[in-house]
Design a protein around this ligand. Structure first.
Ligand SMILES: Nc1ncnc2c1ncn2[C@@H]1O[C@H](COP(=O)(O)OP(=O)(O)OP(=O)(O)O)[C@@H](O)[C@H]1O
Ligand SMILES: CC(C)(CO)[C@@H](O)C(=O)[O-]
Ligand code: BAL
Length: 282
């Protein structure tokens, strides 16, 4: 049975009733098969699963889509039930932030300044603050995050290490549509034409992986990815396309690496990333 709770008091009571290990999956709702994969991973690793559904105003910029963000609680609950969640915590903004927006926030540090942090100022302060609050409220042994939001996953790992949070962070590979598009709640904003153009993101990553597999160096891999992006269905506008090491440090660009991309299709901003197997430094 899946229990729906809305207040932190109800959550505390539900949490106290769970014996054994607890896994948490944090979401903003509008659940899709990517979220379901996180839920099933949690189900496999933990005795009990808590799902949080909260569109966190703290991580949205003034011109972003907070008001428009899809809210589909009935459908979300159905997915949570199907995947065997024990508790769904869907608080109101006033329950998460009873005193209004918090003046004390988690500072993501240097790693939070680039990429998403550069394009969305304040984003990771908002994300890490709510993630830390939700970790305190749910007290999980394990927390599951998607690799789709790779910088977020990296920063959450860093936060629990730096701030001694006793929760294991588990990364879950990106779930894609058969044509390569990474599943994302914001995909539902896309028109048919915009969706076709959005395939340029995964096409760029695929070209980068293929180039690396054929022995290309970092510069050639990036060039191949740019070419693939530019030759996709017109309409996508690149924000960034970078190659970093797996911890998002800029060097060394040999051996295992990560390629991260962000682009607009119409008014929708999408992100994606992939592991890039660069040849080891000789
Ligand atoms: N395609 C996916 N594969 C794996 N995990 C995913 C995928 N999409 C989202 N997630 C993960 O689900 C969790 C909740 O994400 P969120 O609710 O923001 O969904 P989203 O699809 O990323 O939404 P948005 O489109 O707003 O970015 C995060 O850990 C995120 O990385
Ligand atoms: C981790 C998260 C639930 C925090 O609001 C959000 O950033 C998301 O859905 O990835
Ligand atoms: N999917 C990460 C949360 C956000 O884009 O706001």
């Amino acid at each position: 049975m899946t229990e729906l709770v809305h207040t932190r008091k109800e959550l505390a009571a539900a949490r106290d009733g769970l014996t054994g290990t607890v896994g948490v999956v944090m979401t903003m709702g509008a659940l899709h098969s990517g979220h379901e994969t996180l839920l099933r991973a949690a189900r496999e690793r933990a005795d009990h699963v808590i799902v949080t559904i909260f569109v966190n105003p703290l991580q949205f910029g003034p011109n972003e889509d907070f008001d428009r963000y899809p809210r589909t609680l009935d459908n979300d609950l159905e997915i949570c039930r199907r995947a065997g969640a024990d508790v769904v915590f869907a608080p109101a903004v006033s329950d998460m932030y009873p005193d209004g927006q918090p003046t004390v926030r988690v500072d993501p540090g240097r790693l939070g300044e680039g990429l998403e942090g550069h394009s969305r100022p304040g984003f990771f302060h908002g994300v890490l603050t709510v993630v830390l609050k939700l970790l305190h409220l749910t007290r999980p042994d394990l927390a599951f995050f998607g690799e789709k939001d790779y910088q977020q996953l990296t920063l959450v790992r860093r936060m629990v290490r730096d701030l001694d949070v006793p929760t294991e962070i588990v990364g879950v590979p990106t779930v894609r549509e058969p044509d390569g598009l990474a599943l994302s709640s914001r995909n539902r904003y896309l028109s048919v034409e915009e969706r076709a153009a959005a395939l340029s993101l995964s096409a760029a990553l695929r070209a980068g992986v293929e180039a690396a597999e054929q022995g290309a160096d970092a510069g050639e891999v990036l060039a191949a990815a740019h070419r693939a992006f530019d030759s996709g269905t017109p309409g996508a506008r690149l924000d960034y396309l970078v190659l970093t090491d797996p911890d998002l440090e800029p060097d060394p660009l040999a051996g295992p690496a990560r390629m991260l991309i962000a682009a607009w299709s119409g008014t929708t901003r999408l992100i994606d990333n992939a592991a890039i197997p660069l040849a080891p430094r000789s």
